[in-house]
Design a protein around this ligand. Structure first.
Ligand SMILES: Cc1ncc(COP(=O)(O)O)c(C=O)c1O
Length: 446
């Protein structure tokens, strides 16, 4: 096997410098080259458009991986969004006065979500979730949060991995393996209580034990599977009986499965819903929407930040929402995801590759039930790079993808799975690799 000529290239050299200058090398765990193929994955881009990415060495790839980790549902540098943003930048996007787009966007979000009455903004998902949690705590005058899934890096959330001093090694028995809580005050131990999706009894237990102290239940409407019939309704009912708020995190689920978010698809009216990532199609924007009763609590605490007032985010969001609606985006993304799923399953079966597909069609995750699962994924990523395809353990569909992209991707899988057939059977995939194996991420509680 010949390795792509990446080691020693500009892209690789810059990452080596980055690791000296930037702890961890990148600002986001999921963008570390080690998460894909250490020493081979091209860590940096010079331009991106549609689903085409050009790395620092001028090599062009089709992105069949995470599409800016789910931030670019319309594809990179969508022309309408880019026009709206550049036009706003030319007129000035930061000022002593406020951006009128904030109000227009609030009206639009409320039009899409008739259950919601008020809106606040942030720029990133994690901080928007932190705003939602603060509002819920202020509204209920309670401290505890029951949650399932991933919601960002902030203290309220990582507190789940904190154990009080004297209770042994806090890193042992991690609830969310891979997320280190060092630096989170140990006094927050016990304030964030996890439960698993579709396990209503777990939430019932939490409420039975801690109900009087429970400010909110925080969860994604769905991650990998649909809710069991009645599950989300029961969660909502439990919250309301208990005087806790239901906060739905649509940061990743939102818009791709259903315009407005998966909670609308499932017919659930939360107290608060949070959007980020795709809302600005690559331009930082996040929104916290809610009932007036819940959102009014934002007035009774201090939630305020300079750059939450800049105009690019709301201008991008208005253009993004318009384009998502006009293009019937979620239908297209579902179709692309299904085309990949239906296409890859028989190929994997033919070559005896123990592939398991997880998630909903617009975000399809690949898992290999095999002791060398990480080796298999690393080999696939390296081989895809050779074919000028960025590929990881998941495919995030975007409007920039077409059936041709899917078919080309499937052809590449056919060739790579054929090469893997024997090593997978004999458990010798490690022998194929000339560079290190990819690192694992963290495990979600879902
Ligand atoms: C469901 C969910 N919530 C919150 C976040 C955090 O968002 P951000 O990375 O923009 O802070 C993410 C990011 O992956 C997410 O998937």
């Amino acid at each position: 096997m010949t390795l792509p000529q990446h080691p020693g290239s500009l892209t690789q050299a810059l990452y080596l410098r980055a690791k000296q200058l930037i702890p961890g090398g990148t600002q986001l765990l999921s963008k570390r080259p080690e998460m894909f193929a250490p020493e081979v994955w091209p860590g940096y881009y010079q331009s991106c458009n549609g689903c085409t990415v050009v790395d620092l060495d001028g090599r062009e790839y089709t992105d069949m991986s995470i599409m800016g980790i789910g931030a670019c549902l319309l594809g990179y540098a969508d022309p309408d969004v880019t026009d709206a943003v550049t036009e706003r930048i030319r007129r000035g996007s930061m000022c002593t006065l406020n951006a009128p787009e904030e109000v227009l966007l609030a009206e639009e979000l409320i039009r899409i979500h008739p259950w919601a009455e008020q809106v606040r903004y942030a720029r990133t998902g994690g901080e928007a979730m932190t705003v939602a949690v603060r509002i819920a705590r202020a509204a209920t005058d309670r401290s505890l949060i029951a949650f399932c899934g991933y919601h960002g890096w902030h203290d309220w959330y990582l507190a789940a991995n904190r154990r009080p001093k004297g209770e042994g090694d806090s890193l042992k028995g991690h609830l969310l393996p891979g997320l280190h809580p060092n630096g989170v005050p140990e006094e927050l131990a016990g304030t964030a209580i996890p439960f698993q999706y579709n396990q209503i009894d777990q939430l019932q237990q939490i409420i039975k034990k801690e109900g009087k102290r429970l400010a909110a239940v925080v969860m994604e409407p769905t991650r990998y599977s649909d809710p069991e019939p009645g599950y989300l309704e029961q969660v909502r009912e439990l919250c309301h009986q208990n005087g806790s708020l239901l906060v739905i995190d649509e940061i990743t689920a939102g818009w791709r499965m259903h315009y407005g978010g998966a909670h609308l698809k499932y017919g659930i009216e939360p107290d608060i819903a949070v959007f980020g990532k795709a809302l600005g199609n690559g331009h930082p924007m996040a929104a916290i929407i809610g009932t007036k009763t819940a959102m009014q609590a934002a007035q009774e605490t201090f939630i305020s930040s300079t750059y939450w007032t800049e105009a690019v985010g709301p201008a991008a969001a208005l253009a993004t929402l318009k384009r998502m609606k006009e293009t019937d985006l979620s239908t297209k993304l579902n179709a692309l995801g299904h085309e990949l799923r239906y296409g890859i399953t028989p190929i994997a079966e033919k070559f005896g590759i123990p592939l398991k597909l997880l998630g909903h069609a617009p975000i399809t995750h690949f898992q290999y039930d095999h002791p060398q699962a990480a080796e298999i994924q690393t080999y696939i990523t390296i081989q895809m790079l050779e074919r000028n395809i960025l590929a990881g353990a998941g495919f995030y569909a975007s409007l920039a993808h077409s059936s041709q992209h899917i078919q080309r991707y499937l052809e590449a899988y056919r060739a790579i799975y054929a090469e893997l057939q024997e090593p997978v059977e004999k458990r010798t995939v490690d022998k194929l690799l000339k560079s290190p194996v990819k690192h694992g991420g963290f495990s979600r509680l879902n």
